[in-house]
Write a protein that binds this ligand. Structure first.
Ligand SMILES: Nc1ncnc2c1ncn2[C@@H]1O[C@H](COP(=O)(O)OP(=O)(O)OP(=O)(O)O)[C@@H](O)[C@H]1O
Ligand SMILES: [Mg+2]
Length: 317
């Protein structure tokens, strides 16, 4: 028996969310914001928290600084039921994002800090022995992890650990990931439609799918927002599953991470790929029923209730 179902390897940061800002920032001037929230950010943290909420045993592997933001990150993960025993405390400050909200629009400014420093050598070898599955996310936010990606994937393989990968968007849009050598070592690839096209240099979903198909390790699911998701198996067979449409979306922040949480939690339970996809579409939809990425994921019972009452679906986890 392994101690953890899932080790989430990814970025950690604090979000400093400013609301009620009188006007845009200007060099040389001082402006006021009416409200501020300081909270756990990071899309991999949303994944980990929501996978734990639906019953997976999850540990987090990420780097923070020896500072108060690092303590906030660690205590917030613990409060969500995510094990923090493998967090790495480095000399670089914890990353932070200043989110300036202007109605529906927002301007974000990120200091990557420790997240950009964590490489393979910082990860304890026990991680690979103590989990059944590794979920890797936000690669382009973490240059040391991106540099060491093959070492991480080879260590997982040596321990017989399955791997899911969600690269997320590349903020510098260089897409410096050699998918032809990386994807064969990834069990389930979980990009969204735009990311898959950018990574493969294609302009439509069909061309993008065809570009990666020869290199898939086992399967891929392409997340297509409110349209739903496309499951593609290594043998080329596909299954498009429309989204469980939520008529009154609160916001879609973290819908992709929540999809990953449902999909991967079902996958580590050994459920068939179509059922993993249904769980992913459901947790993606549940995400949109409350504010932020984790608001709706109070407990497995709460998620089950939303699935049944809002979407008429039985949540099988
Ligand atoms: N409005 C919606 N109603 C119902 N389900 C939704 C909605 N938006 C997204 N979903 C579900 O969530 C899944 C993931 O969402 P999306 O495609 O936006 O991921 P993403 O682009 O990776 O998001 P993120 O910005 O969180 O990384 C979709 O495949 C879909 O099943
Ligand atoms: Mg995403």
């Amino acid at each position: 028996m392994k101690q953890f179902d899932i080790a989430a390897i990814g970025e950690l940061n604090v979000d400093i969310i400013l609301n009620g800002i009188e006007s845009e920032p200007e060099i040389g001037k001082e402006k006021f914001a009416k409200e501020m929230t300081v909270t756990l950010g990071s899309s991999t943290a949303i994944f980990a928290a929501n996978a734990a909420a639906v019953g997976s045993k999850v540990c987090f592997v990420g780097m923070v600084g020896r500072d108060s933001f690092g303590s906030l990150v660690s205590s917030s993960l613990e409060a969500k039921g995510v094990d923090t025993g493998y967090l790495i405390y480095g000399d670089t400050p914890t990353g932070a994002t200043v989110c300036m909200n202007y109605g529906e629009d927002r301007a974000n400014l990120t200091y990557q800090g420790a997240m950009d420093v964590m490489g393979f050598g910082d990860i304890k070898p026990e991680v690979f022995r103590s989990c059944r599955h590794i979920h890797l996310s936000s690669l382009f936010m973490q240059s040391a992890l991106l540099r060491d990606i093959h070492k991480v994937l080879d260590a997982a393989k040596a321990e017989g650990v399955s791997v899911s990968l969600d690269t997320q968007w590349d903020p510098v849009e260089k897409w410096a990931l050699d998918y032809k050598s990386v994807l064969p070592k990834v069990t389930v690839f979980l990009p969204n439609e735009k990311e898959l096209q950018a990574l493969t240099g294609t302009t439509c979903l069909e061309d993008a799918v065809n570009a990666v198909l020869p290199f898939l390790g086992h399967a891929m699911v392409v997340k297509c927002g409110s349209k739903g998701s496309l499951l593609v198996r290594k043998d080329g067979t596909q299954n498009f599953l429309p989204a469980f449409l939520n008529k009154d979306v609160v916001d879609a922040i973290g819908a992709g991470d929540s999809f990953n949480a449902g999909f991967v939690s079902a996958f580590v339970k050994g459920l068939p790929l179509e059922e993993c996809q249904r769980c992913g579409n459901l947790t993606g939809a549940v995400n949109t029923t409350a504010a932020g990425g984790t608001g709706a994921f109070v407990s497995k019972e709460a998620v089950r209730k939303i699935c049944l009452e809002k979407f008429g679906q039985v949540f099988s986890l």
